[in-house]
Write a protein that binds this ligand. Structure first.
Ligand SMILES: Cc1cc2nc3c(=O)[nH]c(=O)nc-3n(C[C@H](O)[C@H](O)[C@H](O)COP(=O)(O)OP(=O)(O)OC[C@H]3O[C@@H](n4cnc5c(N)ncnc54)[C@H](O)[C@@H]3O)c2cc1C
Length: 382
């Protein structure tokens, strides 16, 4: 069966696809989402760190006000293990209510799902797109069940994990994994996050409810070893790794791991097809850039559609303008993240000193501090 629709078709109702649909509606552009998972699927337990800029996007869509279980980060403490140099960022210094917010992925996706239903945006759950064909006039999405939908513009927001995902233009496997879980510390978090760089990789503690969400980066072998430790062994190992700034680690939830890589595919896919969010770029979680860049992709694409004559939506000229407009922010995030991982994840002595000086400069030079904080909050703008 072939169905021709005049609306934009979005592949994936994850946070990026859902935000894109809601933002398009605010621009007066109708869209329709095809989502592989069934409507009642339970989202996984991952934790998201949202920047203040992402909060503003969700605010404008009326979703932020309905979110529960959000923990603000008002201070960030950055340090490196075994060397000098500490930098502290605070929300007051950059004049924002919080530097970021921590919340469960499941909370955000559930709120977005409700917002899509309230806005009467069509979502076909349990419908996976197997492949997309396109030419200069339209794109046709073929589902695994043999249905086909034709649209003037297909937006791929499938997280980049579909079998049909193209080979990235640039890829780096860090040979690292993130070990994630929740931990309770002796001292309350007081809304302070920690980013600690170690030669084995960065480790972050993000305030979440009355606990911390831990993202502990380690080599693939170490990550498997860490995950297999008993709770007591794990808490002791974390204390040795992280230090005692929050006192002892008292409790940990079950550990999970996920592989870390950089994959930059870009938004340019084919005629009438654009990729956004993790489908366009997957980043290492250090500095929490990837997800926030994805939300900005969705917002900027919708804004551009609002500024484009309806018959030009999805045209080569519009998609090229979108790619041009996103390049600085996306490549800035890719470069910044990759730089942090590679410069901080080693024990080369001159680099260790240079890093200490860098952190010191960040601590004592307010314009640099404001620049880094705004970069993390709003991304790079042209
Ligand atoms: C295991 C894991 C842990 C992570 N942990 C963190 C973290 O701690 N902090 C953080 O900031 N970020 C984390 N991230 C990254 C973060 O989850 C992503 O940045 C974010 O989810 C990207 O949103 P998205 O909407 O682009 O993709 P996704 O959230 O992946 O959503 C994609 C959607 O598309 C659907 N879909 C996929 N294929 C198809 C298809 N063929 N047809 C139709 N629908 C399809 C999926 O079912 C899904 O609903 C993690 C990522 C992973 C994989």
């Amino acid at each position: 069966m072939d169905e021709s629709v005049s609306s934009v078709l979005i592949v994936g109702a994850g946070p990026v696809g859902a935000v894109c649909a809601l933002a398009l509606q605010q621009q007066g552009v109708t869209s329709h989402i095809l989502e592989a998972q069934p409507e009642d699927a339970r989202a996984d337990t991952r934790t998201l760190a949202l920047s203040h800029g992402s909060r503003l996007i969700l605010d404008r869509l009326g979703v932020w006000q309905k979110l529960e279980e959000v923990t603000p980060i008002t201070r960030i403490h950055i340090s490196q293990r075994g060397a000098l140099g500490v930098a502290r960022l605070s929300a007051e210094e950059v004049d924002v209510p919080a530097l970021g917010y921590v919340l469960p992925y499941a909370t955000l996706t559930a709120a977005l799902k409700r917002a899509l239903a309230d806005a009467d945006i069509a979502v076909d759950y349990g419908m996976a797109v197997a492949r997309i064909e396109s030419d200069a006039t339209c794109a046709t999405l073929h589902t695994t069940e043999g249905r086909a939908f034709t649209t003037p513009m297909a937006v791929v927001a499938d997280g980049g994990r579909s079998e049909s995902a193209p080979v990235p233009k640039y890829e780096r496997d860090y040979d690292q994994m993130a070990v994630v879980c929740e931990v309770q510390t002796e001292l309350p978090h007081a809304n302070q996050a920690f980013e600690r760089f170690t030669p084995e990789g960065p480790a972050a503690l993000l305030p979440k409810g009355d606990r911390y969400a831990l993202v502990w980066t380690a080599s693939n072998t170490d990550a498997q070893r860490i995950t297999a430790l008993t709770d007591d062994e794990f808490l002791a190992a974390l204390y040795r790794h992280f230090g005692g700034r929050q006192g002892r680690f008292l409790q940990a939830s079950p550990r999970k791991t996920f592989p870390l890589k950089l994959a930059y595919t870009g938004s340019e896919a084919a005629d009438r097809v654009v990729r956004i969010g993790n489908a366009a770029q997957t980043l290492h979680p250090v500095a929490g850039q990837g997800f926030n860049i994805g939300l900005r992709d969705a917002w900027e694409l919708a804004s551009l559609c609002g500024d484009t004559a309806p018959e030009q939506i999805g045209s080569a000229a519009m998609l090229a303008a979108y790619a041009r407009g996103r390049r600085l922010d996306v490549l800035g995030g890719v470069g910044f993240t990759d730089f942090l991982v590679r410069v901080f994840s080693n024990d080369i002595v001159p680099l260790r000193h240079a890093r200490g000086l860098g952190l010191l400069a960040l601590e004592v030079f307010p314009p640099l501090k404001a620049f880094v904080a705004r970069r993390m909050i709003f991304g790079a703008r042209g």
